[in-house]
Design a protein around this ligand. Structure first.
Ligand code: BYC
Length: 483
């Protein structure tokens, strides 16, 4: 058996101003640079993070080690005192590049000059989404449906803050002055700002109420999972290790989204069943969200999130893959040559008013492929949601609209496609699209249900309680303390 070179693994050092497992105290220049960025981060948190929350004590999970089992530690924390830090998954000294042109070579511990610019771009794009989502959710705390949900929102917010730290560490450590400037930019752009918006469109949409929050956590955080998983394959080992650790936190965010929507469906079905209602306006009059409105929100969040995968056919994606900067989902488990030369992949597009399937070089279709992998998981989640009306004996089922529906990026941008996949003229689409997408009235109705419920164990009328509490605690536990 070949000798395995020893790589000393660092435990997370919480005695430092910036908790870390990257031996920051032995790199004084980097430590000083990050300590200068830290107050700017805290200013950003105070200005754009969850509103009026500095004094609250929140029952949060904090990573204490990056091992598979021992990374979560629960306790009350005031959020500005959350120990944001830099945690990378353990290094594997034998790790080799396993796809693209450099396959078989050792992974890189530094950034090769030729890949500096695309790697920086990927890291900045990823990093930009993290503070953006916190900004989008800033005001939600004021209308929480329960203490349990409030705590979950804050857990997501602090972890997105830490994911920003993860990308900022890479920028500071590996990209010199450019990286430091990009790290400042990450605190300067603002979600929805007309002059200095966040980079990707979905992160400039409002998350004005809790239905939008759960939909976002189900659809958009799962894009996060797939993008992070593709980056966890990277030949740039520090990026692979940091995204691997981020993925452990992402799972909980998706759970919050999936279970949040499921609890709304449950409550609506209970009311419909009890009162024998089917008419949306009568259902709304009971203070719960009708299933047709839920479907319109699914249509919106799904289509906006599909745009996050980039163009279906993309030379950027091909270059990222041949350069081994970004792999496919589950790259190591795919049984092919991991170079894709000569392979083809099917993509859909509009030709002469019809949707057609075209074979394109697989290397150029990697965004489409990652998106298709994502859609499979999303469909499985929707199938789980649909068990709820099924249990009540109701015929209603949530469906995913066609890939071409309501798209701004990729082959279907500038096309007018119905949820069923029919190509329309712009005029026809505009006439009918109010049936498919949430209207201002839908937002106003959902908004009207939102009021703050903070008595332990109580839940707003429009959402069912969860099956169990956080960390095996009872549902009526005081997850957030206001004194
Ligand atoms: N909006 O070849 P193309 C998460 C631009 S979510 C606006 O199609 P590429 C999270 C693109 O910049 C995961 N512009 O794109 C979830 C380019 O512009 P230029 C985030 C867009 O590069 C919840 C042009 O269109 N992570 O973590 O192959 C809460 C053509 O580019 C968009 C990542 O995204 C858009 N949606 O792919 C918190 C991973 N899409 O240069 C967090 C890192 C494309 O021609 N990013 N454009 O001016 C990437 O891997 C790639 O940048 C993308 C785009 C997949 C996003």
């Amino acid at each position: 058996m070949a000798d395995t070179p020893e790589v000393p693994q660092q435990a997370i050092d919480y005695s430092q101003r910036i908790p870390n497992n990257v031996d920051l105290s032995n790199d004084r220049t980097l430590q000083r640079a990050l300590e200068r960025w830290q107050p700017a981060f805290l200013n950003w948190w105070h200005e754009t993070g969850p509103s009026n929350t500095s004094d609250l004590q929140v029952y949060l999970r904090t990573a204490i080690s990056v091992d598979r089992d021992g990374w979560a530690n629960f306790g009350y924390v005031r959020m500005p005192e959350y120990r944001w830090g830099i945690f990378l998954a353990p290094q594997d000294a034998n790790r080799k590049i396993h796809f693209g042109d450099h396959k078989g070579q050792p992974v890189w511990q530094d950034v090769p000059g030729e890949y500096r610019s695309p790697l920086r771009r990927i890291i900045v794009t990823q990093g930009d989404t993290e503070p953006a989502s916190v900004e989008q959710q800033k005001l939600l705390g004021a209308t929480c449906p329960s203490l349990y949900d409030l705590r979950n929102l804050f857990q997501v917010n602090v972890e997105e803050g830490r994911h920003l730290w993860a990308m900022v560490y890479l920028l500071h450590r590996y990209f010199g002055r450019d990286g430091r400037e990009e790290a400042e930019g990450l605190l300067q752009r603002r979600s929805g700002d007309a002059n200095n918006p966040r980079i990707l469109t979905a992160f400039n949409e409002r998350t004005g109420h809790w239905l939008a929050f759960y939909m976002f956590a189900f659809f958009t955080d799962r894009d996060g999972k797939f993008q992070l998983a593709a980056l966890a394959e990277s030949a740039f080992d520090p990026l692979a290790r940091t995204t691997k650790f981020m993925l452990t936190e992402e799972a909980h965010h998706m759970f919050i989204g999936e279970s949040g929507v499921a609890r709304i469906l449950q409550r609506t079905c209970e009311v419909m069943n009890q009162l024998k209602l089917t008419d949306p306006s009568q259902i709304r009059a009971q203070g719960v969200i009708d299933l047709e409105t839920m479907q319109r929100f699914v249509n919106f969040h799904y289509s906006v999130t599909l745009d996050l995968f980039g163009s279906d056919v993309s030379s950027n994606a091909a270059n990222y893959y041949t350069g081994a900067l970004k792999g496919r989902y589950g790259e190591a488990n795919i049984g092919d040559d991991h170079s894709l030369a000569g392979n083809f992949y099917s993509v859909q597009e509009v030709a002469n008013g019809d949707i057609v399937t075209r074979q394109v070089p697989a290397l150029t279709a990697l965004n489409a492929r990652l998106r298709d992998d994502y859609v499979r998981e999303i469909q499985a989640g929707v199938d789980r949601w649909n068990k709820i009306p099924e249990r009540f004996g109701m015929p209603f089922r949530i469906t995913l609209p066609h890939l071409g529906f309501h798209r701004k990026i990729g082959s279907f941008a500038d096309q007018y496609v119905t949820p069923q996949g029919q190509v329309l003229s712009r005029e026809d689409w505009e006439r009918q699209s109010a049936d498919w997408l949430p209207s201002d009235d839908d937002h106003a109705f959902v908004g009207s249900l939102m009021s703050r419920v903070i008595e332990p164990g109580r839940f707003a009328n429009w959402i069912a309680p969860p099956a169990r509490g956080v960390n095996n605690l009872p549902i009526e536990f005081e997850y957030v303390r206001f004194d």
